[in-house]
Design a protein around this ligand. Structure first.
Ligand code: MIC
Ligand code: SF4
Length: 644
């Protein structure tokens, strides 16, 4: 039987397990990446593993998220990461060098290799035929140590692209169209593989836009074949030597197939506050726009920026609009500076930001009260822009740039000829902001400023787990709800006790205080709980507040792994209707929780008892025996260090 491309890469990297969908497998990781908002924690955890050096082929530490330095905290974190990277054999990409995913695909991604990154958009490199997966910081730390990465073997979904994109329609519209069909949970437990004659018309940066937002589908990863377009991109990056053609077998078997006719697509927008609330721009109509932000790891490539510059050339942005542009990497920014495109943007009135995540993660440029903000980002979750009352729409760079000129959400098709930008034959290559690690054996002192605090460790699971239902939240709660991130909070990513006071506050401002007063307890949630970011803080902050279990209708993949890694029980209602039977402040107990986890039956059932209503609720604990051991030990670090 033929294999899919992802299956081929997995097979080559398989360390343990059988490649049946739903089975737990372990794969060898060739490369890792971290960024600064998850990296500090990942390196603290790596240090706790007590290994002399990373054991991957390549590990890179990027600084791109926390670049707004309004106090010493972020700079402290950066210095810690730089010194720890130097000591343990990790390359360090300095602030200003660009957003991790953009730089990684330009300078390091290799078709057919595996990449594990402590950021949910790591699958961006799937645009270059790499098996690139996002994970929590601890999983990345363990992979840096040379241990395999454990995951549930995903189902294989094929998306066949036919036809080619019409003028003014772009890669962003492809993934928005897929999101509208599959929803923010449609990709959970799946790898999405692109194929069909339509892919030939898509360049690597366009493919990367599509695989990047596969994270919004909840997919384990997304991947394109490695073909002539891949070779051209790598050659233009001076890296043709790492090219190899890769594709699925003709007779590969997929669990499901979706066909998208590229020529049928129109400019689309994801409406507030979810990436799958998609509608044609034309249908939404000319709503007044206050802010336009072009950038983020989704749409900040050279091609995206050149299209933007072409639209802005010789024009002036609308008086009511603030236009901010963040080219994705220094390579892109430098090329724009050299060829004059940057000047076109500046002349039109754009505010140029450094090559970093910036507004995408609420690091500056929070819009005004009640604003409408058009962004080329991948997430428009509630409050993420830094302004709770703002409405964020996700659009392509083309729609964003044209709307910045008109001042209203604009379908660009009737406005004239679409800009056409060719892939350059040679990108401007300058890796002087990538700092090499110290040679093995050289003494390096790791510098820890006062912002670096120890991370919380759970206790081994013993006896009954009891407490109150401290909060009850609905479906699709994101990690931005659980652990909000913005310019005020991101500097404290290495200070979990501080962050814990903001845990789940967008849902209920009283939650942290209640959790502390009650000495911990339970979180009750709907389906797809924890979608979005890989931030481990969405597990560490609840841990700090004494949360021992989250009971949900279902979980997002990375968040569930983060809960287990930190010894918090992720329980799934066997009957989703039982969600309705629990009220906030009901007293719950999992009797002899340790024994129940130790003796998990085939059905993986755990009994929960609602003492307030005198009612038993059956739950599922969908974990492997390895994960059950982790839960018993109170988390992966305890397990690795065998704490009793
Ligand atoms: C995001 O886009 O939400 C982030 C910020 O990049 C996160 C990582 C984090 O929370 O630090 C992600 O996607 O994993
Ligand atoms: Fe950075 Fe935004 Fe991409 Fe996350 S989604 S890595 S915050 S640019």
């Amino acid at each position: 039987m033929g294999q899919t491309l992802a299956q081929k890469i997995i097979r080559q990297h398989l360390i343990s397990g059988s490649m049946q969908a739903g089975e737990e497998i372990a794969i060898r990781i060739d490369q890792t990446l971290t960024q600064d908002s998850t990296g500090t924690m990942a390196y603290l955890q790596f240090e706790a593993l007590d290994l002399p050096r990373v054991r991957t082929e390549l590990s890179v530490a990027y600084i791109d998220h926390n670049t707004l330095q309004t106090g010493f905290e972020n700079a402290d974190d950066h210095q810690y990461i730089q010194t720890v990277a130097r000591k343990y054999g990790v390359r360090f990409s300095k602030p200003g060098n660009g957003v991790c995913h953009q730089v990684h695909i330009e300078r390091f991604a290799v078709p057919g290799k595996t990449l594990l990154g402590s950021d949910s958009h790591t699958p961006t490199c799937g645009g270059l035929g790499m098996l690139a997966i996002g994970a929590g910081g601890l999983d990345v730390a363990v992979a840096m140590g040379g241990s395999p990465y454990w995951l549930t073997m995903p189902r294989m979904t094929r998306i066949e692209l036919t036809g080619s994109l019409k003028p003014w329609v772009s890669a962003k519209d492809v993934i928005l169209a897929i999101l509208s069909r599959m929803s923010v949970k449609g990709g959970v437990g799946r790898i999405i593989e692109y194929s069909g004659e339509g892919i030939m018309s898509l360049t690597v940066p366009e493919r990367a836009t599509i695989t990047n937002m596969g994270a919004e589908l909840g997919a384990t990863t997304s991947i394109f074949p490695s073909d002539e377009n891949t070779r051209l991109f790598l050659a233009a990056q001076g890296r043709e030597a790492v090219y190899q053609p890769l594709s699925a077998d003709e007779d590969a078997v997929y669990d499901e197939t979706l066909t998208i006719d590229l020529s049928s697509l129109v400019p689309l927008a994801a409406q507030p506050h979810s990436p799958d609330r998609v509608a044609p721009v034309e249908e939404i109509g000319p709503i007044h726009v206050d802010q336009v932000a072009i950038g983020s790891c989704t749409n900040s490539s050279y091609m995206d920026m050149m299209k933007t510059a072409a639209i802005l050339r010789g024009q002036t942005i609308h008086p009511d609009v603030s236009l901010v542009i963040a080219p994705g990497s220094r390579q892109v920014l430098n090329m724009l500076a050299k060829n004059g495109a940057l000047s076109d943007m500046i002349a039109a009135g754009a505010r140029i930001l450094e090559s970093a995540c910036g507004p995408c993660i609420g690091m500056g440029q929070a819009p005004r009260t009640g604003a409408v903000s058009l962004r080329t980002n991948n997430r428009n979750f509630f409050g993420r822009s830094g302004t709770a009352s703002a409405d964020v729409y996700l659009v392509s760079p083309e729609v964003a740039a044209v709307s910045a000129l008109t001042g209203v959400l604009t379908d660009p098709r009737p406005t004239g000829d679409a800009p056409v930008v060719d892939m350059p034959d040679a990108f401007m290559i300058n890796d002087n902001l990538i700092i090499e690690p110290a040679p093995e054996g050289e003494t390096v002192t790791v510098v820890r400023g006062p912002n670096i605090k120890p991370f919380p460790l759970n206790r081994p699971l013993r006896g009954d787990v009891s407490g109150k239902a401290l909060i009850k939240v609905e479906d699709n709660i994101t990690t931005d709800h659980i652990m909000p991130s913005n310019a005020k909070l991101l500097p404290f990513r290495s200070n979990v006790p501080y962050l814990a006071d903001f845990c789940l506050t967008p849902c209920d401002p009283e939650f942290p205080a209640r959790a502390k007063a009650e000495n911990g307890g339970f979180i009750i949630a709907g389906s797809n709980y924890g979608q979005g970011s890989s931030r481990e803080h969405a597990a560490l902050a609840p841990l700090q507040l004494g949360i021992r279990a989250v009971i949900a209708k279902s979980f997002a993949r990375i968040h569930m792994a983060n809960l287990i890694n930190n010894g918090i029980l992720p329980l799934v209602f066997s009957d989703p209707d039982d969600y309705d039977t629990i009220d906030v402040m009901d007293e719950l107990v999992i009797e002899s929780a340790d024994q129940q986890v130790e003796n998990l039956s085939e059905q993986r059932t755990v009994r929960l008892f609602n003492r307030t209503r005198n009612q038993q609720i059956n739950c599922n604990l969908p974990v492997s025996s390895r994960q059950a051991e982790m839960l018993l030990a109170g988390g992966l670090l305890n397990l690795s260090r065998k704490v009793d």
